[in-house]
Ligand binder design. Structure first.
Ligand SMILES: C[S@@+](CC[C@H](N)C(=O)[O-])C[C@H]1O[C@@H](n2cnc3c(N)ncnc32)[C@H](O)[C@@H]1O
Length: 550
């Protein structure tokens, strides 16, 4: 968890500026429509004004810029002046508050919007700004969530004050494609725009931040009769695209609509053949949605993992054997798909925290040794932590049960289910899975295949580190082939996962699991390639060593 106090002032106001060559490309695109009124909702020191000077043809436009930071607003003002933009007003105030007033009055006023909205988590926004961010959603009758980020309400409000037929072009976080909290925005853009294009770079455009960025080009529908074409993806490598004609880039990708635009936009990263094949397979009689065949629950929440999850040495030193139960919760605790006695012993011998301390089990009273250990926890103020203090006594962890299958929340390459042969407990780094009408081993062994791996990329989310994470609602939507004819030897699979690269394991599994559905070798490869493309894209957003698979 990040705490606000650890964040830099630059990060808290979302102050990362756009390189002028990118801003100039954006300026050239909006210039094609000869805009007379232009909005820059969060202008920083004026990168886009410099770009306007470079591109030329903006000197007569009426430009309105907003910037919250006084010093930066003054710089932007000077920059606009120096760039010969005589008709420019810089307002040193909150853009959202101003935009809300315009929205109430119902008159869109700008021919074009350019910019790069602040990236600041809702929880880090000062209270009045939280209120305005929420009001923007309300005004547009869109579902709001506190998981949102400032950039979402900035794009929404900017789109709302854009004239029909106008163009919005912004550098935005690449997570616009997949984060659940941006669903309102994706749906709104899908409805409001004639066409949407995302320019998706292979590399990171910003130093000093892990946040990948993309360029969003959006043209608003002129009227309700204007057809909404949907979204196109334009992948780029390097900066060569900057010398192309922006309208050619905008018109180049085939736009897709329907469920691609209504849901996560990750599907648009796939080619038409893979997308159609994926949809066709999802409708196959022997292919299921995860929630049709299994149930997913979060793992045990201790509130103080270091205290409750301990190695054998702690158990020995504090005489806690009576309270210790086997547990696993990280990828290095189980690199394969079988968690058994051998794996558990190997983990214990390596000093891993393989014990979960469950005090006051079945009404047993804690003994003197446990009391002493609990006292140490209280000396560290663990009993005052939120998750601990809301239960009584604080050291008794609730909802303790093990399931036959566990699944780690995060994966480097692709998620896997783990058969839990010794009834070990799993904590909040893992999920507890119970099957319905399917044998656990069958589900675990068939789960590893290119189709499920691809669906995990389509449903999941990833952040700066490039690690894939799935929350329960995303797991429930996974696509699982389960043919009666697909027989996988779980022990062999376990060995393969521990020793071979993931794509090889998936290719082998594809032959058996997808082959049993009657899928040709070429089509199996097409699904595998789809997975590999999305996995590689996810990994390349990383500019630091990947976080452990957890
Ligand atoms: C990512 S920077 C982009 C600056 C500039 N648009 C560019 O592309 O270089 C976002 C800017 O938004 C400003 N900002 C943050 N919250 C704001 C608000 N509520 N209203 C106006 N500006 C804001 C920050 O101070 C920061 O300078």
């Amino acid at each position: 968890m990040n705490f606000m106090i650890n964040e830099t002032a630059q990060k808290l106001r979302g102050g990362y500026y756009t390189p002028v060559d990118l801003a100039a490309f954006i300026a050239r695109w909006v210039k094609e429509k000869s805009p007379k009124t232009i909005l820059e909702p969060s202008c920083g020191d004026g990168a886009f004004f410099q770009a306007f000077k470079k591109v030329r043809g903006f000197s007569k436009a009426q430009i309105t810029g907003f910037e919250l930071d006084k010093v930066e607003a003054a710089k932007a003002k000077a920059c606009a002046k120096e760039s010969g933009l005589t008709n420019t007003t810089i307002r040193n105030q909150d853009f959202l508050q101003w935009a809300l007033e315009q929205m109430e009055d119902g008159q869109p006023r700008f021919d074009a919007v350019v910019g790069n909205p602040p990236f600041v988590r809702y929880q880090y926004l000062p209270a009045p700004f939280q209120v305005t961010a929420e009001k923007v959603f309300k005004e547009l009758k869109l579902p709001f969530t506190k998981h949102t980020n400032a950039w979402v309400s900035f794009i929404l409000a900017s789109m709302a004050v854009l004239r029909p037929g106008g163009r919005l072009a912004m550098v935005v976080p690449s997570e616009i494609i997949h984060v659940t909290h941006a669903q309102s925005l994706r749906s709104y853009l899908g409805r409001e725009c004639r066409r949407l294009v995302i320019i998706d770079p292979e590399e990171l455009w910003f130093d000093g931040t892990l946040q990948g960025a993309v360029i969003l080009l959006a043209e608003k529908r002129r009227s309700k009769a204007d057809k909404a074409e949907g979204l196109g993806m334009y992948p780029v490598k390097g900066r060569e695209f900057l010398s192309l004609t922006p309208s050619d880039v905008f018109e180049a990708p085939q736009a897709i609509n329907g469920k691609t635009v209504q849901g996560k936009w990750t599907r648009a990263l796939l080619d038409l053949e893979t997308r159609s094949l994926f949809d066709e397979l999802a409708d196959h009689d022997e292919v299921f949605r995860f929630d049709e065949i299994a149930k997913v629950d979060v793992g045990i929440v201790t509130g103080a993992n270091k205290f409750f999850l301990v190695d054998d040495d702690v158990v020995r030193r504090f005489k806690l054997k009576k309270w210790a139960h086997p547990m696993f919760g990280r990828s290095d605790h189980c690199p394969g798909v079988i968690y058994d006695e051998d794996q558990h012993e190997a983990n214990a011998a390596n000093g891993k925290p393989t014990n979960f301390l469950w005090f006051l089990e079945h009404g047993q009273k804690v003994d003197a040794a446990a009391k002493a250990y609990i006292q140490r926890g209280e000396d560290e103020q663990l009993h005052t932590r939120y998750k601990c203090r809301v239960r009584s006594p604080w050291y008794t962890v609730p909802s303790v049960y093990a399931t036959e299958i566990g699944m780690l929340k995060r994966a480097h390459d692709t998620p896997r289910l783990i058969i839990n042969r010794i009834g070990a407990y799993t904590t909040d780094t893992a999920y507890r899975i119970r099957t319905r009408d399917v044998v656990a081993e069958k589900l675990v062994s068939n789960f590893i295949n290119p189709l499920t791996a691809l669906s995990a990329e389509l449903e999941g989310r990833h952040y700066g580190g490039g690690v894939l994470e799935l929350v329960p609602s995303e797991i429930e939507r996974l696509t699982i082939p389960l043919s009666g004819k697909a027989n996988v030897d779980l022990v062999d699979l376990d060995k393969a996962i521990r020793s071979l690269p993931t794509h090889q394991v998936l290719a082998r599994q594809g032959k058996v699991v997808l082959g049993a559905l009657g899928l040709s070798k070429r089509k199996q490869e097409c699904v595998l390639e789809g997975w590999r493309k999305l996995r590689d894209r996810r990994h390349r957003t990383s500019s630091e060593p990947l976080a452990e698979e957890a």
